[in-house]
Design a protein around this ligand. Structure first.
Ligand SMILES: C[S@@+](CC[C@H](N)C(=O)[O-])C[C@H]1O[C@@H](n2cnc3c(N)ncnc32)[C@H](O)[C@@H]1O
Length: 281
């Protein structure tokens, strides 16, 4: 039955607790009690749109089929996707001025093979920034066979990332010369947008991967960007992820995490070389 009056749906403590448990179990996300209002606001319009009379009814519907589209939508709505081009720029400086020269120095001639992973890529700004940094940093005469795997748990974010189309204001953090080189301007019913160039797009493979489940990776990696997602996980999940990242990196491979995140306080084998940058020695 469609509700006829508009009233604020209450998210009970029990409903919130169920959501916390499901999110932790499925994505490793550790929702603190303070996040209750955030959860309510992220789900409320969707609960109404589905003509549900309560969050309990909605949660029952979502959980009745964990392989269904509603479960995907539920996870998409609850994940925090904030990102930007050249976010935490020191990481890209390190990538350009330390990581790449070291890699190139190891092999004097011929193409250098590089495999990287943007492990919680959200709407794609991070892997496209990496692709631009790679393109811009290569000395002339050197070729690099570089591929970046870009993954996220959210299918909605991956669709945006694959599409590579961004509203004009998202490009504020991209230097103008790079905007000109790697983006094509378009107009959709009066709204200006920028479309990522095929040169960047073809360096990236997009895939849905849940970090706390098995990873379908078939090759060892040279660098991993796993930034601003650890913050939602607990220490034990950090420990397990650090162990798995270490395992999947080649010797000398580098792990970048968010500047507000840390591997301190957990056991790991990485060497810390700069803020939020770790190397497998
Ligand atoms: C705040 S964004 C970070 C984007 C980018 N790495 C950056 O630093 O700008 C966090 C991303 O982590 C994703 N995420 C949350 N839990 C995940 C999980 N278990 N596996 C993979 N991705 C996850 C979310 O969907 C979201 O897109």
């Amino acid at each position: 039955m469609i509700p006829t009056t508009f009233h604020l749906l209450e998210l009970t403590d029990k409903d919130f607790q169920t959501i916390r448990e499901v999110l932790y179990e499925h994505c490793g996300i550790n929702l603190t009690p303070e996040k209750k209002e955030l959860v309510r606001s992220r789900l409320s319009s969707h609960v109404r749109r589905n003509n549900m009379r309560s969050y309990t009814e909605y949660i029952d519907m979502v959980l009745s089929n964990r392989n269904g589209q509603e479960f995907v939508t539920f996870i998409n709505r609850l994940s925090t996707n904030l990102t930007s081009f050249f976010r935490e720029p020191k990481h890209f400086d390190y990538f350009k001025s330390v990581f790449l020269p070291e890699r190139l120095a190891r092999k004097n001639t011929g193409p250098v093979r590089l495999r990287g992973w943007s492990a919680a890529c959200s709407s794609g700004e991070e892997p496209y920034t990496l692709a631009m940094t790679l393109k811009e940093s290569l000395p002339s005469g050197r070729t690099v066979d570089a591929k970046i795997l870009a993954s996220d748990i959210s299918t909605a974010m991956l669709d945006k990332a694959r599409g590579g189309r961004y509203p004009a204001d998202r490009l504020n953090t991209v230097p103008v010369d790079l905007q000109r080189k790697y983006f094509k301007q378009g107009n959709d019913q009066g709204e200006k947008y920028f479309q990522v160039s095929p040169t960047l797009r073809e360096m990236i493979i997009f895939k849905q991967i849940n970090l706390i489940q098995p990873w379908p990776l078939t090759t060892k990696l040279d660098f991993i960007f796993c930034r601003n997602v650890l913050i939602y996980f607990d220490k034990e999940t950090h420990r397990k992820l650090a162990e798995r990242f270490y395992e999947i990196l080649n010797p000398g491979g580098v792990l970048f995490i968010g500047h507000s995140e840390s591997l301190s306080g957990i056991q790991h084998m990485f060497k810390s070389v700069a803020p939020a940058i770790y190397v497998k020695s």
